[in-house]
Structures are given as structure tokens and as C-alpha cells.
Design a protein around this ligand. Structure first.
Ligand SMILES: Nc1nc2c(c(=O)[nH]1)N[C@H]1C(S)=C(S)[C@@H](COP(=O)(O)OP(=O)(O)OC[C@H]3O[C@@H](n4cnc5c(=O)[nH]c(N)nc54)[C@H](O)[C@@H]3O)O[C@H]1N2
Ligand SMILES: Nc1nc2c(c(=O)[nH]1)N[C@H]1C(S)=C(S)[C@@H](COP(=O)(O)OP(=O)(O)OC[C@H]3O[C@@H](n4cnc5c(=O)[nH]c(N)nc54)[C@H](O)[C@@H]3O)O[C@H]1N2
Ligand code: SF4
Ligand SMILES: [Mo]
Length: 747
């Protein structure tokens, strides 16, 4: 492992800690994995098995080592993997804790009392799956199979998708779309003809200028992006960070633009204005590959840096200076498209402005900009054709959100509440690897929808909030105890990775492939899962990809030669833009025809009322969403989140460091537990900031229950993007309560 780089990455993350640095001798099994980084247990490392990480969706490949007692000991990155280059982030290293967590779900559970109350009986797998299969039969007969939806995040979703299609439903949604990167995917598809997907094909390692608009790399620990950015900084690349918060990366940036929240489109229009009017755009590229430049040029005239100053509070000279910096670096410049982009409801338009700016700078398909990625096709294991779907999710949406090409988790929630749709209502959900209570904005609405369901099945590893509302809970074993589908994301070169079990599943938990196939068999759909076991399933595919399961057990990761040509565009490798015009559409006739603005427009958003502050949220380097806060290793690094408050605001409210307060939002929703205040200049006076994923309300999560504050419950106002249905979550305002409001209620 390249130690220098590892330290560099950790140093980038505020509070980032190299796990091995923490002495935990005499530790209980639950924190054992943490000793891993010491590297002193040499003789203990008897063998290693390949995996890819499930702690976030960068899916870094690694090796799991066991000690001579056969216990899982540590995970290290696979040197050959371009997702990680041999180095895991602190969360990936701490992933061992998810295996040892004694709070894990241990057996299948069937509800015995009202929803939301912890009234379950333990059940055998046979009993639990039989219950689910009969309920699904019933829903299929009475309402139709298309009224059952799958909401899924993570690797198990692939097989469950097959099951759903065999059953007759295509309502298969992930929070990684309409709660995450959906608007970006739509905007880039409208502009360039293809989305970005994951990992984003950003050539950060060769860039000369990286512009981060609310992308907080270093706290957002998407591994190789952070590594490549650290290298780019070393090489003298300019980083421009636009963030109302002095993020970790803002501290490493040549320019920090502390923008007033919700005004980014104004800044982007001003940048476009300057770059066009000064003639700093890539003329050849624009001429050759784009349409709509003249319309854009005319449209952009009013949007000067002075105009933007009045909106964004950013110095007009700074706007010009940063535009120049980008133009000087072009085409080796990346205006980062972001990832979690569902902010204010006009997010597709903001992402369109980012796409347009990149097009003007000529960065798409260029070294140091966006490279042309490639993935290998994975052959299907033979199975029968799927039955036709009687009513597809797209038909259910009708005219709503015309530009989403994927189902929306939020539309499934909405469509489960009677009266919201004319002739349709979802009746059952299968939820896999998604803690909807914290993942979906407006928890109240999610819970209302659940009350109307005939069936809620939750497949999870932990007793997360969502499991408390399930009719049936199915405990999956952790990623360290199972085979999964092959990882097959696009990259600079095609690359696949294998995950295999390093240990037997603990308790009575099972791998997703087993759960799905047994359920399919009980539903009479076994023909879609007609393999002996998962080894045979994987080997069948690998043998058709010049490999085998045996080979992959030794390699972990396999790279293939590119077959689609060079990484970058050139005269001999011309780009293909899958848009109606075959060009980059600066002006979008598709949007125009559907009645939307063909060029991005700035619309003012509501301001916080007197005494309230905008609630913004983000990531911490040591945690992923709500899934890691109970992880023994990671909870030790960061046990709670705090409420970031500007010193001016603290003085007004007479708040002191670490004082415990409750938050109340504009709709009167109050947090159930207090959280500590962190007073810091790093946040603007008009906003407060919290790390997403804390404030758990399920007491079965013994380590994290009641610690910190959850943004999700406070996000009761959602601004939905009319173009593609993304849930804008940053239009909520909070104020402080310093005396225990929940005591008052009881009294
Ligand atoms: N308020 C608010 N909402 C957000 C966000 C935010 O920042 N703030 N972020 C949004 C974004 S960008 C995203 S991508 C989504 C993320 O949404 P989710 O992926 O739903 O986020 P988590 O809260 O981590 O919930 C993951 C669930 O999967 C379970 N799990 C973990 N490993 C496994 C496994 O191997 N198998 C199974 N079956 N289950 C497993 C965990 O125990 C947990 O219950 O949330 C979105 N929603
Ligand atoms: N450690 C860690 N890393 C992760 C994850 C994780 O859970 N943990 N999750 C991964 C996933 S799925 C995703 S989608 C990404 C999300 O990560 P990113 O896409 O990088 O960022 P966001 O979460 O959207 O944005 C958070 C930042 O936006 C700033 N911000 C708030 N309002 C505004 C505004 O109006 N304008 C601007 N310019 N900035 C604003 C906040 O201050 C904060 O710094 O992170 C990924 N990486
Ligand atoms: S970035 Fe970290 S948590 Fe995400 S997959 Fe890689 S090692 Fe795991
Ligand atoms: Mo995300």
C-alpha cells in the first residue's frame, strides 16, 4: 500500500483517521476488525478471499483476511482495482464492524401487532417466505402484480429485479435515482446523449482545473475521485469550490466561493456569460459538436457577474477570475457534475447549466475532462422470457416527469396513498437495503403510505427504522458472508470484480441469492433461477468472459482490453452524441417541446423566515448515510453528528459549544432528541449544517439510538423536479429550541 497517498487521503477528510492508528488491544469481537491496520499480526493471515465493498456504492474491490482462528480480521484494497488502487477509505476498512455488530438482524420476523410497534415473532425461513409468497399471490390476483414495487439499493437488487419481472411488475426503483443523481443523469442525457452513471468518467488525475459545486470530495469519500484529486492538487491543479460551507476541500482550494444557498444557477449563467462574451470558449469544439450556440449567446446577455452578485453574494471579479481560470485550463477542466443533486427542485436545469459549461470548455471526451468509459457485457444465465407487464410504472406516471427513464421511489410512495393517482394504487413493497424512513424526504408521508400497504417485506442486515414497519423482515447476511452478482461498472478499461464469502453467515441470516431463489420457488417462479447454486451461476457467466470462478477467486479483479477505441475523442475517434440532432444540445429542443425551458433559467427560491435557517446536510468521511452509524468501528470514530452554527447565530441565540438543542422546522416538526451545537465560521449565518444519517429512533440499534439529529424528518417540504421527478430537499428551514420540548408535551 502506498502509505503516503493513504495518509494524504485521510488528511483530506476532516477528522479522517487511519483505523490502524487506534489501539484496541483486548478488544471485544465487535471491534476486532479495527486492529487490522496494525499489520503486526503477520502469522495470523492464513488466507484471503476477494470481495467488493458494500459500505458505499463506489464498490471498491478488496481482500478479506482471516486469522488462524478462522475469524475475519481485516479488509484491504485490491491493488489491481481502478476503483480503489489498493486503498480503502476509513469506512471500507471499518466494514468488518458490520459483520461483528451484535445488533444485527438474527432471524426472520413476522409482524404480530400494529405497524410501527416492535411486535414481531421469530419465524423460520420456510414460514416467513411462505407468508410472503402467499401474500404476493393474493395481491397479484386481487390487484395485479404491477401494484407491487421493489425499492432497492445495493447488490442484491439485481436478482430481486429478475423476480419482480417474472412476477409481472417493472416498478423497481432505487433511492440512487430521484433522491440522488437522477437530475444529473437526465441533464447530461439531454445535452450529450448519455448520462454519467457510476463511477463518473471524470479524468481528475489529468485535470488542470476542478470546479466543485457543492461536491464535497474528501467528506464525500468516493475513493478514486478523492485519490485523483489529491494527486491533482499535488500537481498544481486549481480547485474552485462553490459551497456555502467551508468544506474540507474548500480549505484545499485556490478559490472558495461561499455562495448563498439555492443560487447556483445564477453563478453558472454568469460564468457562461463571461466565457462566451470574452470568447474564452473552445470555438472549434463548439462549431463541430454543438447546436444552439447562437440562441445561448443571445439568451445569456443579461446574466453578467454583476447581475449574479445581487443573487449569489459572490464578488463579480471573483466570478470573472474563476471563469478565466477554467478557460486557461480547458479542455483539461472539469466542472464536476456532482452526485447527490436533488436540492431545490430545479436540479435538472442546474445540471444542464453544468453540462453546457463543460461543453463550452470542450471538456467532454478530452484528457483531463470527461473520458469515454467502457464496460464489459455480462452474459445472462438462461431463463424464460418475462411475462408482459399489464401496466408499466411509466404508464402509471402518465404525463408526470416526462424525462425520467427510471422509476421513482418517491412516486411509489405517493402512489401508495389512496386518492393520489386516478386508477392506480401500489399495494405492496419489497424494500431491500434502503432505510426509507431516513432515505425518503418527509418521513411522515412514507409512514402514511406504509399504513395503506397490504404487504411490506424488508430485507436488511440491521434492525433499521424501516424494519420496524415491515410485515415480514428477512435478515440478509453481510457482504462479507456471501456471493453476489459480479461487479461490472464502466471505467477507463472494462473491469469486473468478484465478491465471495469469507465466513459462514452468522445467526440465521442468508445471502440475497438464496432468499430470492427460495421465494421464487414458493411463488412458482423457480424457472428464472434454475441454477444449482450461486457458484454455478457465476461460473457460467465467467466462462463466457474468458475467465472462470476459480480464476476470479485468485484474482478478485479482472481487467479487459478496451474495444471501443481511445479514451478521448479525436479525428480518428470521433464522438457519438445520442441526441436527436446527433450533437451536443446546448439549446434543448426536447425540453422545449415538452414545455420546459430549453435553456436553464434562474428562479429565486424561498428564503428562511425570521429566526429560521436553511437546513443543509452532507457527508462525513467516516460514515455512509444511516447504514454505518451503529457500526462498532465507525461509531467509535464518530458517534454522533452535531449542528453546525455560525458564531453570529450562536451569539444571537446565546448558544454555547456542545450545548444540546432541539431543532424545529417550518412545519412545526421537532426532533425527538437533542443534538450538540458546533459553533464554527465554516458555515454561513443563513444556514445550519448537519451530517446525514444520525438521529436513529429504533432502540434496537443500541450504539446509535438517540444520538444526534436526523435531517430526514425535518425535510417535510419537498420541491419535486417537474422534468424528472427528483425530490429537492434543501428548501427546509429550522430554528432552535433550547428547553426540552418533549418534556413539556408529557407534562
Ligand atoms: N435526508 C436525506 N436523505 C437522503 C440523503 C441525504 O443526504 N439526506 N441522501 C440521498 C442519497 S444521495 C442516497 S444515495 C440515498 C441512500 O439511501 P439508502 O441506501 O437507503 O441509505 P441508508 O440509510 O444507508 O440505508 C441502507 C439500508 O441498507 C441496509 N443494508 C446495508 N447493507 C446491506 C446489505 O448488504 N443487504 C441488505 N439487504 N441491506 C443492507 C442498512 O442496514 C440500511 O437499512 O439516500 C438519499 N436520501
Ligand atoms: N463519506 C461518505 N461519502 C459518500 C457518501 C456517504 O454516505 N459517506 N455517499 C455517497 C453518495 S451516494 C453521494 S450521492 C455523494 C453525495 O455527495 P456530493 O454529491 O459531493 O454532495 P452533496 O451531498 O449533494 O452536497 C453536500 C455539500 O453541498 C453543500 N451545499 C448545500 N447547499 C448548497 C447550495 O445551495 N449550493 C452549493 N454550491 N452547495 C451547497 C453542503 O455544504 C455540502 O458541502 O457522496 C458519496 N460519498
Ligand atoms: S469508497 Fe470506501 S466505503 Fe465506498 S466502496 Fe470504497 S472503501 Fe467502501
Ligand atoms: Mo447518492
Amino acid at each position: 500500500m502506498n502509505r503516503r497517498n493513504f495518509i494524504k487521503i485521510s488528511a483530506l477528510s476532516a477528522g479522517g483517521v487511519v483505523l490502524g492508528g487506534i489501539g484496541l488491544s483486548g478488544s471485544t469481537p465487535s471491534v476486532r476488525g479495527q486492529e487490522a491496520g496494525k499489520g503486526s499480526a503477520g502469522a495470523d493471515f492464513l488466507h484471503r478471499t476477494p470481495t467488493y465493498c458494500e459500505i458505499c456504492f463506489w464498490k471498491c474491490a478488496g481482500w478479506v483476511y482471516k486469522n488462524d482462528r478462522g475469524e475475519i480480521w481485516k479488509i484491504i484494497g485490491n491493488e489491481n482495482d481502478p476503483h480503489c488502487n489498493g486503498r480503502l477509505c476509513p469506512r471500507g476498512t471499518g466494514g468488518v464492524g458490520s459483520y461483528y455488530d451484535q445488533d444485527r438482524l438474527k432471524t426472520p420476523l413476522i409482524r404480530t401487532g400494529p405497524k410501527g410497534k416492535q411486535s414481531f415473532k421469530r419465524a423460520s425461513w420456510d414460514e416467513a417466505l411462505e407468508y410472503v409468497a402467499r401474500k404476493l399471490d393474493y395481491i397479484s390476483k386481487v390487484y395485479g402484480p404491477e401494484t407491487v414495487a421493489l425499492i432497492t439499493h445495493g447488490s442484491g437488487g439485481k436478482l430481486l429485479t429478475t423476480l419482480m419481472k417474472a412476477y409481472g411488475s417493472d416498478a423497481i426503483a432505487g433511492p440512487s435515482h430521484a433522491q440522488c443523481k437522477g437530475p444529473r443523469e437526465t441533464a447530461f442525457s439531454l445535452t450529450f446523449g448519455s448520462g454519467l452513471e457510476s463511477p463518473e468518467p471524470l479524468d481528475i488525475r489529468d485535470t488542470r482545473c476542478l470546479v466543485l459545486i457543492g461536491s464535497h470530495l474528501g467528506e464525500n469519500m468516493h475513493n478514486t475521485q478523492v485519490q485523483e484529486m489529491a494527486d491533482a492538487i499535488d500537481r498544481g491543479a486549481t480547485i474552485i469550490t462553490v459551497d456555502p460551507r467551508f468544506s474540507t476541500v474548500a480549505a484545499k482550494s485556490k478559490f472558495w466561493l461561499p455562495i448563498k444557498p439555492a443560487t447556483d444557477i445564477a453563478l453558472l449563467l454568469a460564468w457562461i456569460h463571461v466565457i462566451i462574451n470574452k470568447g474564452w470558449y473552445d470555438k472549434d469544439y463548439v462549431e463541430k459538436y454543438t447546436i444552439g450556440f447562437d440562441k445561448l449567446k443571445e439568451y445569456i446577455q443579461p446574466f453578467s457577474p454583476e447581475w449574479a452578485y445581487g443573487i449569489t453574494t459572490l464578488d463579480p471579479n471573483r466570478i470573472r477570475e474563476t471563469a478565466k481560470e477554467m478557460a486557461n485550463a480547458a479542455p483539461a477542466v472539469i466542472v464536476h457534475p456532482g452526485r447527490h443533486v436533488t436540492w431545490y427542485g430545479d436540479d435538472t436545469q442546474r445540471s444542464r447549466a453544468i453540462a453546457i459549461l463543460n461543453a463550452l470548455l470542450g471538456s467532454w471526451g478530452r484528457r483531463g475532462g470527461f473520458y469515454l468509459p467502457e464496460a464489459r457485457e455480462i452474459p445472462e444465465y438462461p431463463h424464460p422470457l418475462f411475462p408482459p407487464v399489464r401496466k408499466s410504472w411509466r404508464d402509471v406516471l402518465g404525463d408526470l416527469y416526462p424525462f425520467t427513464d427510471l422509476p421513482l421511489a418517491n412516486a411509489i410512495v405517493d402512489g401508495s396513498i389512496p386518492g393520489n393517482l386516478k386508477d392506480f394504487q401500489y399495494r405492496g413493497w419489497i424494500v431491500n437495503g434502503s432505510n426509507l424512513n431516513m432515505t425518503m424526504p418527509d418521513t411522515r408521508k412514507t409512514l402514511e403510505a406504509i399504513q395503506h400497504l397490504e404487504l411490506l417485506v424488508v430485507i436488511d442486515t440491521m434492525p433499521m427504522e424501516i424494519t420496524g414497519w415491515a410485515d415480514v423482515v428477512l435478515p440478509e447476511c453481510t457482504y462479507l458472508e456471501r456471493y453476489d452478482v459480479l461487479r461490472n461498472d464502466h471505467h477507463r478499461e472494462p473491469v469486473i470484480a468478484l465478491r465471495m464469502p469469507a465466513a459462514e453467515p452468522k445467526y440465521d441470516s442468508k445471502p440475497d441469492w438464496w432468499i430470492t431463489r427460495e421465494l421464487a420457488r414458493k411463488m412458482g417462479l423457480g424457472a428464472w433461477f434454475d441454477w444449482k447454486d450461486f457458484e454455478e451461476f457465476l461460473d457460467y457467466k465467467l466462462r463466457r468472459m474468458d475467465s472462470s470462478l476459480d480464476e476470479m477467486k485468485h484474482l478478485g479483479v479482472k481487467k479487459y482490453e478496451r474495444t471501443s477505441g481511445d479514451l478521448y475523442i479525436s479525428d480518428v475517434n470521433p464522438p457519438v452524441f445520442d441526441t436527436p440532432s446527433g450533437k451536443i444540445e446546448l439549446y434543448s429542443t426536447q425540453l422545449e417541446q415538452a414545455g420546459f425551458d430549453p435553456l436553464p433559467r434562474y428562479t429565486p427560491h424561498e428564503e428562511p423566515p425570521e429566526g429560521f435557517y436553511r437546513l443543509i446536510y452532507g457527508r462525513a468521511p467516516n460514515h455512509t448515510f444511516s447504514r454505518t452509524s451503529n457500526n462498532p468501528n465507525l461509531a467509535a470514530l464518530m458517534p454522533e453528528n452535531k449542528i453546525w452554527v455560525n458564531p453570529k447565530v450562536a451569539a444571537n441565540w446565546q448558544l454555547t459549544e456542545d450545548q444540546e438543542v432541539w431543532l424545529k422546522n417550518q412545519d412545526g416538526i421537532i426532533t425527538p432528541f437533542p443534538a450538540k451545537v458546533r459553533i464554527t465560521e465554516r458555515i454561513r449565518w443563513d444556514s445550519v449544517y448537519i451530517v446525514h444519517g444520525f438521529g436513529h429512533t429504533d432502540s434496537r440499534l443500541t450504539r446509535t439510538f438517540g444520538k444526534g439529529v436526523s435531517d430526514s424528518a425535518l425535510i417535510s417540504r419537498v420541491h419535486t423536479d417537474p422534468i424528472m421527478g427528483g425530490t429537492g430537499m434543501r428548501g427546509n428551514f429550522v430554528t432552535f429550541i433550547t428547553e426540552n420540548p418533549n418534556m413539556e408535551v408529557k407534562a
